[in-house]
Design a protein around this ligand. Structure first.
Ligand code: ATP
Length: 464
């Protein structure tokens, strides 16, 4: 009943109430085949967390179909999804993972988040014999839940008879919700999958939970046992790309939230940043950089009126990775966008070059700053400025907020009218004018620019 109320109120790509109808239909279809259907994972957690009768907001709904008691069908989830799609032709179907799971996706209603219903098949291969005792839940759903990360994510609600609405809670998830703690199911959980450390922190911070003391011990144990080395040496193994992809996903979730600093602080405290690099930890200076980068990106937007073109969370992650020397290698492993990898690759040589060049004299001329920095992309410059705010950062800031926006009173057409022969000279003249304006040698009035041209680029005698 409570599930129904909560889902009914939930605004999705479906009409209100339609979601519940839909789940009921999938359940009936499962029941007719002698299968069980469960809602699992985040939806159950969020439902138990929400006060009675309130709507819960879900990105997606995870269902598990258990065909354990009847003829075992490998792709039971897919079978159900296909059957449902016949009734809902406007849903898209996606089949993945060796035909074990399927997703139905509705993107139809404008202005509403798309809805994804994932139908997975409970794994049965672990079980040598059928569960005979009707008092005992078929162990395949239990096993399915046991493979999950935390007790609060490892509960299921049955949608099929008998007892539809029954909460399956084998590992004490409900108690943990009441005690507001994130707890793993077994001691090896983090060794098995280090990205769970990041998930633990993400859920703890998001839900306002603590990480259970013993779970914290397991995290520290996993960290001490050399997760970084593991992650690197598995490079040739098949597991690694998937692991790195998940790590990147978790990092992006953490960096995208407003509470990124709290999560990052907790990760640092747990030593978990060593998943990225053994020497990575956050000192006071790095904290300042991490806070600064978002503020400055915002300020850039306000002063210049345009976006710098890189998502703030990504730039913040780059600031973190920039702290270690093998930064671009880590970015490559994490499969960050090419732009990020290149920025991190270029960072050290360009920082060194800019320090040398711009700090040769006490007061470089604006035209010199302009000429030096025009070679580089804005996001790279912002990254460098955040790392060197007192030194080259001040020149960079001057460049990106003022110098780059200089307005020339004269353009190519104008030069042509004045009688200059079109060609490479135009570029040279316009650059010279830009420099002259930046240095205050001339003003932005056309007359001033023309006088400058007469002085420095006199038209040839008898020329056009
Ligand atoms: P959110 O509200 O952030 O989407 P969620 O619980 O739905 O939370 P997902 O990342 O979508 O989180 O994962 C769905 C479910 O899959 C989880 O509830 C959990 O049971 C399981 N799961 C996800 N990642 C892992 C993992 N690394 N190890 C074990 N189980 C996992």
């Amino acid at each position: 009943g409570r599930l129904q109320t909560s889902l009914q109120a939930y605004p999705t790509a479906l009409e209100s109430g339609e979601l519940w109808t839909l789940l009921t239909q999938i359940a009936v279809a499962a029941q007719q085949r002698g299968w069980h259907l469960y809602v699992v994972g985040g939806a159950v957690r969020d439902l138990l967390l929400a006060p009675d009768g309130t709507a819960i907001s879900l990105k997606d709904i995870d269902l598990v179909v258990d065909s354990f008691r009847s003829p075992v069908v490998e792709g039971a989830g897919v079978v159900l999804a296909q059957q449902l799609q016949k009734q809902y032709p406007n849903a898209q179907i996606q089949v993945h993972g060796e035909f074990q799971t399927a997703a139905l996706i509705w993107r139809t209603r404008a202005g509403h988040a798309p809805l994804m219903i994932d139908i997975a098949t409970a794994r049965t291969e672990f079980y040598p014999y059928p569960a005979a005792n009707p008092e005992v839940e078929p162990s395949s759903i239990r096993q399915d839940l046991y493979r999950r990360d935390f007790t609060i994510n490892a509960m299921a609600i049955r949608l099929t008879s008998p007892q539809p609405g029954l909460l399956l809670d084998f590992f004490g998830g409900y108690l943990d919700i009441q005690q507001r703690q994130v707890r793993v199911l077994h001691a090896n959980s983090f060794i098995e999958d280090p990205t769970r450390i990041f998930r633990a922190v993400r859920f703890a911070v998001r839900l306002g939970f603590v990480i259970a003391p013993q779970t914290e011990t397991f995290i520290r144990y996993a960290v001490d046992s050399g997760i970084y080395a593991d992650l690197q040496t598995q490079q040739t193994q098949r597991r690694l790309p998937a692991l790195q992809t998940r790590l990147k996903t978790e990092l992006s979730y953490i960096f995208q939230t407003d509470s990124w600093a709290q999560s990052l602080g907790l990760l640092d405290k747990l030593g978990a940043l060593s998943c990225l690099h053994p020497s990575l930890s956050i000192d006071a200076d790095l904290w300042r950089q991490l806070h600064r980068v978002g503020r400055w990106q915002q300020r850039f937007m306000e002063e210049v009126g345009e976006d710098i073109g890189v998502a703030p969370w990504l730039l913040r992650l780059e600031v973190l990775l920039a702290r270690v020397e093998v930064r671009s290698q880590i970015a490559t492993n994490l499969q960050l966008p090419l732009g990020s990898i290149q920025r991190l690759q270029q960072l050290a040589p360009i920082e060194a070059h800019l320090s040398d060049t711009l700090q040769q004299t006490a007061q470089p001329r604006p035209s010199f700053i302009y000429q030096t920095l025009i070679l580089y992309d804005l996001p790279l410059l912002l990254l460098i400025s955040v790392r060197h705010p007192q030194t080259i950062g001040t020149y960079i800031w001057q460049y990106i907020t003022q110098l780059i926006h200089v307005h020339l009173p004269i353009d190519g057409h104008h030069l042509k009218r004045l009688g200059y022969e079109p060609g490479p000279l135009y570029r040279q003249i316009l650059t010279a004018l830009t420099h002259a304006i930046l240095d205050g040698d001339i003003t932005t009035a056309a007359a001033s620019a023309e006088a400058y041209l007469n002085r420095h680029y006199p038209l040839a005698q008898g020329g056009s």
